[in-house]
Design a protein around this ligand. Structure first.
Ligand code: KIV
Length: 262
């Protein structure tokens, strides 16, 4: 099996112009499939709250839930780098709580880094984490934990602020930065101005890599998906059809047949 992907490898990929493929994952079988498909980075996102727990936002996700899911994903990942997403209020209240919680991801779940949302405002936290050896992926632009402050999930267009946030999170020591919900021309400018890789979601093609929520791109969700999501499969539809057939066959005593009986 090839060696696990590290933050240094991602940096080399940017230097070589090789695109980084990232995806969210929350459980063993899907993480295993993503790893087998050659995904470079698996983010155990706090999108967990929406796509697995059925909530309308990510705010209720807890540290214990994140550790539980990250441990499962890390167990399945052979070569993909696994990053744990720090949930709302796990890093905002104090530096010591932020360090303690980031440390939990590395000690208890097998993740090799953490992600947190915010630009200039979280740079002290990013610096403190990277100084003690915790790799940090930053996340700027549309930051879902600030949904109430943003007044919804809105594309962020303040070019100067976005460029400043990107520059500051790089300076603070992040090994990469997620650009979410940002016009393509601004993302391109940010990507060109940084040495660290940018990973886009709804941020155009110029980013050094792309990330999508697994349940969106595989068509597992019932609800609306944002414009930037391309559906690569229709797993929900396939599953409902299979489940209907199973229900019909049990009721019509077609299943179990001889082949599936002892
Ligand atoms: O929580 C999440 O899944 C994320 C990605 C969409 C970047 O933050």
């Amino acid at each position: 099996m090839p060696a696990a992907i590290t933050s240094k490898k991602l940096l080399d990929m940017k230097k070589n112009g090789e695109k980084i493929v990232a995806l969210t994952a929350y459980d063993f079988p899907f993480a295993q499939m993503a790893d087998e498909a050659g995904i470079h980075l698996l983010l155990v996102g706090d999108s967990l709250g929406m796509v697995v727990q059925g909530e309308t936002n990510t705010l209720g996700v807890t540290m214990d839930q994140m550790i539980y899911h990250t441990r499962i994903v890390a167990k399945a990942a052979g070569t993909a780098m696994v990053i744990g997403d720090m949930p709302f209020m796990s890093y905002q209240t104090s530096l010591s709580e932020a360090l303690f919680n980031a440390g939990r991801f590395l000690k208890e779940s097998g993740a090799s880094g953490v992600k947190l949302e915010g630009g200039a405002a979280v740079c002290k936290t990013i610096r403190a984490m990277t100084e003690i050896g915790i790799p940090v992926m930053a996340h700027i632009g549309l930051t879902p934990q600030s949904v109430h402050q943003m007044g919804g999930y809105r594309v962020q267009r303040d070019r100067d602020r976005l460029l400043e946030d990107a520059r500051k999170v790089e300076e603070a020591g992040s090994f990469s930065v997620v650009l979410e919900g940002i016009p393509a021309d601004i993302s391109e400018e940010i990507t060109r101005s940084l040495a660290i890789p940018t990973i886009g979601i709804g941020a155009g093609a110029a980013c050094d890599g792309q990330i999508l929520v697994m349940h969106d791109m595989l068509g597992i969700n019932a609800g609306h998906v944002p414009k930037f999501v391309k559906k690569y499969a229709a797993l929900r539809q396939n599953a409902v059809e299979a489940l209907r057939t199973y229900a019909d066959e049990v009721q019509s005593v077609k299943f179990p047949d001889k082949e599936h009986s002892y």
